[in-house]
Design a protein around this ligand. Structure first.
Ligand code: HEM
Length: 493
């Protein structure tokens, strides 16, 4: 078993704090872009159509990128201080590459006005654009830089773990399925890290393929590719990235929750089978994004529905059951950390359920491209992933006792959670009322009921976004005050 020195732990702490401060700075700025979009849809401000799509692009790409990055950084920290030796130099290299990629995207969107949306639907970045071609080129190159950075990070982490635990199959827990006695217990965070990050490698490769095709067309505009192939590649990449961000967070819930409940949470056969099944289903669930593409081969559509249902069951059910088993009749003191984990799990369950509804072909016919779609992914990202991240940041900044007593942080968390779900409720209501997604405003819709309902819901949403920002600021104050006072932060310490 590996020994991690105090100096090494200190270095890893500095790295994770660098990531955390970046997250704490960028996240509220991206929320403000969301607020501006909702105010525009509510007809309270007038951004102009081009600016709306610029903000939507930066918001979508920025949120997906920053949440994945901090989720990865948190896993890196927990693994690097407990289970494997990770090179902090590589960690900083990844950090600065990500920063360079983000800077490129900010310039391409805010200055170049690149506005093709997060998924750059082909041939949108090249045909009839309102932005110059350099902005498309810079966006593509920035995304390639981000992909390479993340790939380097994943490969380093998984390789270090495989070296420490005696091979890749051990990381997937296969030793628990063999008849032999298991000589070294596998920490659940290691299993989940592998199940999250290895499909990530495949997704990033798919991302690299479509980005290189984009780059070729950027330099040689007479080239043209099959839009269906590109859509498959893009959604395989995008859907998998968002999925694995969530699973990365679940990794540290398995590792940290037991510190507050006093109950062990171990890997056994059931956990191995369910997470291995998830490894497989993660890769095929994305087909549900292409139901409306009638030229997609029919078996893929059915595969999409089946994989979407099946991917939701094993890891989700086992984790939900695990969280309940951890908490039920335990002596947990409801500090802000276990509270964030429990409320985040609830957000994951609610968002997951509405995702499954949307992935049902019969329901998708009605809900497709309505506000139901942002509703479901905002629920498990904002109401799930973000709460897991906040829980982790409290873990970094607060001691166990401090997080129990910190009433201000708990108030901020409750305000944030209530406002988040109220804000998202306006998306759900919009979806059920057939309000289309990705409309800069609803003024051009001839059905007056749809126009006025869309605008009203956006106005209500703006109030709740204001409230969730207040909750967030309260939590920020608590985290920053504690971080500035502590020399060696960690609730587990
Ligand atoms: C308080 C926080 C947030 C606010 C106010 C907000 C607001 C919005 C709004 C108004 C839209 C446009 C919806 C439409 O009409 O289609 C949107 C889209 C989007 N949001 Fe958020 N959002 C927030 C948090 C997040 C988070 C945490 C994520 C994490 C992944 C995220 C990812 C996205 C994505 C990917 C899109 C779609 C962009 C596209 O279609 O290209 N948002 N958001």
């Amino acid at each position: 078993m590996i020994e991690i020195s105090a100096t090494e732990i200190k270095k890893q702490k500095k790295l994770v704090l660098t990531w955390s401060i970046t997250f704490l700075t960028v996240f509220p700025l991206l929320i403000i872009l969301g607020l501006l979009m909702r105010l525009n849809q509510g007809e309270k401000i007038s951004l102009g159509m081009d600016n709306f799509y610029v903000l939507m692009t930066l918001h979508g790409l920025g949120m997906a990128g920053i949440l994945y990055s901090i989720a990865f950084a948190a896993l890196w920290y927990l693994i690097g201080t407990r289970y494997a030796k990770l090179n902090t130099g590589t960690g900083y290299f990844v950090f600065f590459m990500v920063l360079a990629g983000v800077a490129g995207l900010v310039i391409a969107t805010l200055i170049g006005k690149f506005g093709a949306g997060w998924y750059l639907l082909y041939p949108l970045p090249f045909k009839g654009t309102f932005w110059p071609t350099w902005a498309t080129g810079l966006s593509i190159i920035s995304l390639i830089i981000l992909g390479i950075a993340w790939l380097i990070g994943i490969i380093h982490l998984v390789y270090a773990l495989a070296k420490e635990f005696g091979g890749f199959s051990n990381l997937l827990g296969w030793q628990y399925i063999r008849k032999k006695e298991v000589d070294r217990e596998l920490p659940p965070i290691v299993l989940i890290t592998t199940v999250s990050l290895v499909p990530g490698v495949i997704a990033f490769i798919a991302g690299a393929v479509f980005l290189v095709m984009f780059l070729l067309q950027h330099f040689e505009p007479t080239l043209a590719f099959d839009p269906l192939l590109l859509k498959n590649l893009i959604f395989f990449f995008g859907h998998t990235l968002v999925n694995i961000t969530l699973y990365c967070c679940i990794g540290w819930v398995y590792a940290l929750l037991p510190e507050f409940t006093g109950r062990p949470w171990k890997v056994d056969k059931v956990v191995v089978y369910s997470w291995n099944a998830t490894f497989f289903f993660i890769l095929f669930a994305y087909f549900h994004h292409l139901y409306m593409d009638f030229v997609q081969p029919l078996p893929f559509q059915y595969a999409g529905q089946i994989a979407s249902y099946l991917s939701a069951i094993p890891a989700t059910a086992i984790t939900m059951f695990g969280v309940i088993a951890q908490l039920y009749h335990s002596k947990v003191k409801w500090g802000v950390i276990p509270l964030s984990f429990l409320l985040g799990t609830a957000g994951w369950a609610i968002g997951g359920f509405s995702a499954v509804v949307d992935s049902t072909i019969a329901a998708n016919k009605v809900l497709h491209n309505t506000l139901w779609v942002p509703a479901h992914f905002h629920t498990y990202m904002l109401g799930g992933v973000v709460l897991f991240i906040l829980g982790f940041l409290f873990y970094l900044s607060h001691s166990k006792e401090e997080q129990e007593k910190d009433k201000m942080a708990k108030f901020g968390l409750w305000l944030f959670v209530i406002a988040v779900h109220s804000f998202i409720a306006t998306f759900y209501r919009g979806g059920l009322r057939s309000i289309p997604r990705r409309y800069s405003d609803y003024g051009g819709i001839r059905i007056e009921y749809t126009h006025s309902t869309g605008a009203l819901l956006a106005q209500i949403a703006s109030v709740f976004i204001g409230l969730l920002l207040v909750g967030l600021i309260i939590m920020y104050v608590s985290i920053i005050v504690k971080l500035s006072k502590r020399k060696i932060p960690s609730a587990g310490a």
